[in-house]
Design a protein around this ligand. Structure first.
Ligand SMILES: [Zn+2]
Ligand SMILES: [Zn+2]
Ligand SMILES: [Zn+2]
Length: 327
């Protein structure tokens, strides 16, 4: 997986909606998200709608997770919507290719094996029996006495016959008839969490939530993710911001999380420094999972950023317990 995608995913894991959504997969509440069908509205994902708040942003939410490589998808169904009113309550009309009427009669073509005579089924019908109109023998067993040789259609309006009808669509709501060419034709997918990102996702989710909870239990006001305005007027995002009253002033602690497969580079230190330079919090922590580069460590010291190297949230909390709380 490309590195830029991984960065993108780590950003995505910080979003509240994503956290709620992915935790359903990680907790095993769902293994595959399938669209739910409604005759008028077509397909939707009610569970996602509930999380993101409105139906119109569901598609972009799922697309974002798919494009970042968090979700996998398989084509579930294709759906046709009316081009005039948008309804999914659409039926298929099989039409006469000559006069376009959908008032057609479909018959089976039958061949009498013995004499070779072929005609539509109706012409063989004699009461509840099938009798050959040519040789007058009774047809008893399918595939022995006779065989079905396809369909044959007759138009009840113009009287012409044909074997392949035209296909058209009819909107049961606004009664518009339209062709495949004009139909709104849309793909719907079923989604699963990618096996390769399960660990990464749970780390992103599993780290931040317990740390936030720990800080709240210890009397901090916590925002996660937090947007703090700097001296420049710009807003900066931190994974966690924790506030505590100290006499008449409020102490602000910002925490960023950087995750790497092996070593977190100094880039994360520089990025955090750029933000705290503008925001000037009382404390700044970089949680590096599992550890930070030597260069990053030196820079952090220079910039007054405290680095916590940890493999899990428990290790982070142990350090925070001795550091943040004692101050
Ligand atoms: Zn319609
Ligand atoms: Zn016709
Ligand atoms: Zn016959």
């Amino acid at each position: 997986m490309p590195h830029s995608n991984k960065m993108r995913r780590m950003e995505i894991y910080k979003e509240r909606d994503t956290q709620v959504f992915l935790s359903k997969f990680l907790k095993g509440e769902i293994s595959e998200l399938e669209p739910v069908y409604d005759v008028k509205l077509g397909y939707s994902y009610p569970m996602v709608e509930e999380i993101v708040g409105d139906a119109s942003s569901v598609e972009s939410f799922l697309n974002k997770l798919y494009e970042a490589g968090v979700l996998e998808r398989r084509l579930y169904d294709k759906i046709i919507y009316c081009p005039r009113c948008g309804s999914a309550n659409v039926s298929v009309h099989y039409c006469c290719p000559y006069c376009k009427s959908f008032n057609i009669q479909r018959s089976s073509l039958i061949e009498h094996v013995k004499c070779g005579y072929m005609d539509v089924e109706e012409n063989f019908r004699k009461g509840d029996k099938l009798v050959c109109p040519k040789c007058h023998e009774e047809l008893k067993k399918l595939d022995v006495d006779y065989r079905k040789a396809g369909v044959w259609c007759t138009c009840r309006d113009c009287g012409k016959s044909f074997d392949i009808p035209l296909t058209a669509h009819f909107c049961r709501d606004c009664h518009t008839t339209f062709t495949f060419e004009d139909a709104v034709f849309k793909d719907f997918y079923a989604y699963t969490l990618k096996e390769e990102v399960k660990e990464e996702a749970s780390l992103g989710l599993v780290m931040i939530t317990p740390i936030s909870d720990f800080l709240m239990e210890n009397g901090f006001k916590v925002e996660s993710p937090a947007f703090l305005k700097g001296k420049s007027g710009a807003n900066h995002m931190f994974d966690i911001a924790a506030y505590k009253e100290r006499g008449k002033t409020q102490k602000v602690t910002v925490i960023d999380l950087a995750v790497s497969e092996d070593v977190v580079s100094e880039q994360s230190v520089i990025a955090l420094f750029a933000k705290i330079y503008d925001v000037s919090p009382d404390n700044a922590y970089l949680i590096a999972v599992p550890k930070v580069s030597e260069n990053g460590k030196k820079m952090a010291e220079l910039y007054n950023i405290k680095v916590i190297e940890a493999k899990n949230s428990k290790e982070v909390i142990e350090v925070l317990e001795s550091e943040v709380l004692e101050k």
